[in-house]
Design a binder for this molecule. Structure first.
Ligand SMILES: Cc1ncc(COP(=O)(O)O)c(C=O)c1O
Length: 458
């Protein structure tokens, strides 16, 4: 298996863009020999690195993860809730959150996100929605939300943390895409600074540690850090990879050295692009205006042109690889090793494609993206359905009004359209079809368009 995309065209994860200066992988690939410490009972070098990470990111405790933010989110959620307890959950969370809820038999009480009116993506959970959910579910142990979103928008974390803490509830923040906030000026405040209790960051996504490496941080008196560590030890490999662990420290050191400069450059390029783009450009960069935003995400509307086709053109004609595309957007991700020259190459490519396209065809308002979480209707507890044996496979066609028994997830971004226990509506079927036709990969749907549903529920 050998795929080597051009570094200057790598606008996808991980953040190192293939430019890392890593010593021989095999030399560093060791096990828990004397002097190498043990991730699951860190007392020596790993303990020192974790203490250093806590200092840099300003947490009380930090732990290196070798199974991505996925295992961090799972451990955080399992540490906060016992089986049967309630947790408030943003419906735009990543699949790893839903998986943890099911594994732990935790009763998710979902909160619908706001949507960006033009592009139709879920932009985050509002403070008002959290207040409402707290009133409706006073026994919930806390809240898990994603901020920044995959698209770069953020929630009002400081205000959300405050109202949760007034009621002694825990805030877990999936900051998988936001490890750079601790190093960047003019970007959103980090979740730890905003007061979140447990924060999970995929250092690989934007900073550029090796894929699969990540960090979980904890702070304050509301959490039981030992419980978090116990679940980490249960869920992670007993042979954690040293190259992965070392790369977390390396990426953090590099972010300390040059993060401020790189992310300032990326923000400036983003703002310049927005300022200079013609009003009638078919492919236009999402402009957050004055709102706090993660400028490492370059989200373009592709107007009436299929985003998957634009992605293909960028790849075939300009050697640029996007992070994601769908029928009316493309997402390009910058990282710690992105250079001004890379962004110039991208800017020129978008300009060239725009010149080929007829701006007259641009619709006033892009069709809503199909991540229509508003359609998600929970009929059964997620955990009950995940563990149930009463499941059958049927065609998507025949599945209307049945209860989904598995996740259906466009990938990327990994935000489910259906979760075990949710109702399959005609609208959702149409949406799933449209996404597939646009070329989006759909996890959970067979190549012959079959999916799992609960056997006895119609
Ligand atoms: C918002 C969000 N949270 C969590 C994850 C899981 O992170 P990881 O791939 O590091 O396990 C992802 C992965 O893409 C994500 O986009």
């Amino acid at each position: 298996m050998m795929i080597k995309p051009e570094p200057s065209g790598r606008f996808h994860m991980p953040g190192h863009k293939g430019r890392g200066d890593f010593p021989n992988l095999y030399e560093l690939d060791i096990t828990e020999i004397p002097g190498a410490d043990n991730l699951h009972d860190a007392r020596e070098i790993i303990d020192q690195v974790e203490k250093k990470l806590a200092l840099i990111y300003q947490s009380d405790d930090s732990a290196i993860l070798v199974n991505g933010s996925t295992v961090g989110l799972q451990s955080a959620i399992l540490a906060v809730c016992q089986p049967g307890e309630q947790l408030l959950v943003g419906l735009n969370c990543h699949r790893s959150v839903f998986g943890a809820l099911g594994l732990g038999h935790i009763k998710a009480r979902f909160i619908k996100p706001d949507f960006d009116e033009n592009l139709g993506f879920a932009s985050g959970i509002s403070l008002a929605a959290v207040k409402e959910a707290l009133q409706a579910y006073p026994n919930a142990k806390g809240l898990v939300i994603v901020s920044p979103t995959y698209y770069g928008t953020v929630c009002q974390l400081a205000e959300i943390a405050k109202i949760l803490h007034q009621k002694h509830k825990i805030l877990i923040v999936d900051e998988a895409h936001g490890a750079q906030f601790s190093f960047a000026q003019g970007y959103p405040q980090s979740a730890l600074k905003a007061g979140a209790d447990l924060v999970i960051q995929s250092t690989h996504k934007v900073l550029g540690s090796l894929t699969q490496s990540a960090i979980i941080h904890g702070q304050g008196d509301l959490i039981d850090w030992q419980r978090v560590k116990m679940f980490l030890a249960v869920l992670q490999s007993s042979s954690p990879s040293y190259p992965l662990m070392i790369s977390v420290e390396e990426a953090t050191d590099r972010a300390c050295q040059k993060g401020a400069e790189v992310f300032e450059m990326i923000k400036k390029e983003h703002q310049d692009f927005c300022r200079n783009q013609p009003d009638d450009a078919m492919i236009s960069l999402y402009d957050p205006g004055d709102k706090p935003y993660d400028y490492s995400k370059w989200l373009f509307s592709t107007g009436s042109v299929n985003g998957c086709q634009v992605e293909k053109r960028l790849r075939d004609e300009f050697l640029i690889q996007c992070e994601m595309s769908d029928q009316n957007t493309i997402l390009l991700m910058c990282g710690l090793e992105t250079t001004a020259a890379d962004l110039e190459k991208l800017t020129k490519a978008i300009r060239a494609i725009n010149q080929d396209l007829d701006p007259g065809k641009k619709p006033e308002r892009a069709e809503k993206r199909l991540e229509q979480i508003n359609e998600l209707m929970i009929k059964e507890e997620l955990g009950e359905v995940m563990w149930s044996r009463q499941k059958i496979k049927i065609s998507l066609e025949a599945s209307a009004n049945r209860v989904a028994a598995d996740f259906i997830i466009p990938y990327p971004p990994g935000i489910p359209l259906l979760v075990p226990g949710s109702l399959i509506t005609e609208t959702l079927i149409k949406q799933i079809r449209k996404l597939c036709q646009a070329g989006v990969a759909m996890v959970g749907l067979d190549s012959d368009e079959k999916l799992l549903v609960l056997e006895d529920r119609i």
